[in-house]
Design a binder for this molecule. Structure first.
Ligand SMILES: Cc1cc2nc3c(=O)[nH]c(=O)nc-3n(C[C@H](O)[C@H](O)[C@H](O)COP(=O)(O)O)c2cc1C
Length: 115
C-alpha cells in the first residue's frame, strides 16, 4: 500500500524512518496520489487537520484507505484528533494513533497496517 505522510517538526518523519518503508511526503498539498494510499499525519491546532493535508485530501480523498495520526497526549480529548477530523470530513477509516514519533509497539502495529 502506498503511504503519504505529513510532518512539520520531524516526529512523523522519524516514524517513517523506523518503519523502513518508501513513503511520499506531503509538502504543498498539490501532490497527486499514485493509487490507493494510507495517510500518516500529525495533528495541528486543537484536533485539527494540518493545512497541507487538507489541501492534499481535497483532491485525493477518493484514494484514501485509512488514516494513522500522531499527536501528544497533553492535548487531552484532542489527542490525534486529526484522524477523527479527516474521517468526518473525507470518510475512510481511523486506523491508529501514536504519540510523537512512537515506540516499538507502534512501529510493529503500523507495519501490519501498511503492508
Ligand atoms: C501548534 C501545535 C498544535 C498541536 N495540536 C495537537 C492536538 O490538537 N492534538 C494532538 O494530539 N497533538 C497536537 N500537537 C502535537 C503534534 O501533533 C505531535 O507532536 C506530532 O508528533 C508532530 O508531528 P511532526 O513532528 O511530524 O510534525 C500539536 C503540536 C503543535 C506544535
Amino acid at each position: 500500500m502506498n503511504v503519504y505522510y505529513a510532518s512539520r517538526t520531524g516526529n512523523v518523519e522519524s516514524m517513517i524512518g523506523k518503519l523502513g518503508i518508501a513513503a511520499t511526503k506531503i509538502e504543498s498539498g498539490d501532490e497527486v496520489a499514485d493509487g490507493d494510499f494510507i495517510l500518516i499525519t500529525y495533528t495541528d491546532g486543537y484536533g485539527d487537520i494540518p493545512a497541507e493535508v487538507d489541501a492534499f485530501l481535497a483532491n485525493n480523498s477518493s484514494k484514501l484507505k485509512g488514516v494513522i495520526a500522531s499527536g501528544d497526549t497533553g492535548y487531552g480529548e484532542a489527542f490525534c484528533g486529526a484522524a477523527k477530523a479527516i474521517v468526518e470530513k473525507y470518510g475512510s477509516k481511523d486506523l491508529y494513533h501514536f504519540e510523537n514519533d512512537g515506540n516499538d509497539e507502534d512501529v510493529n502495529a503500523i507495519l501490519k497496517l501498511v503492508k
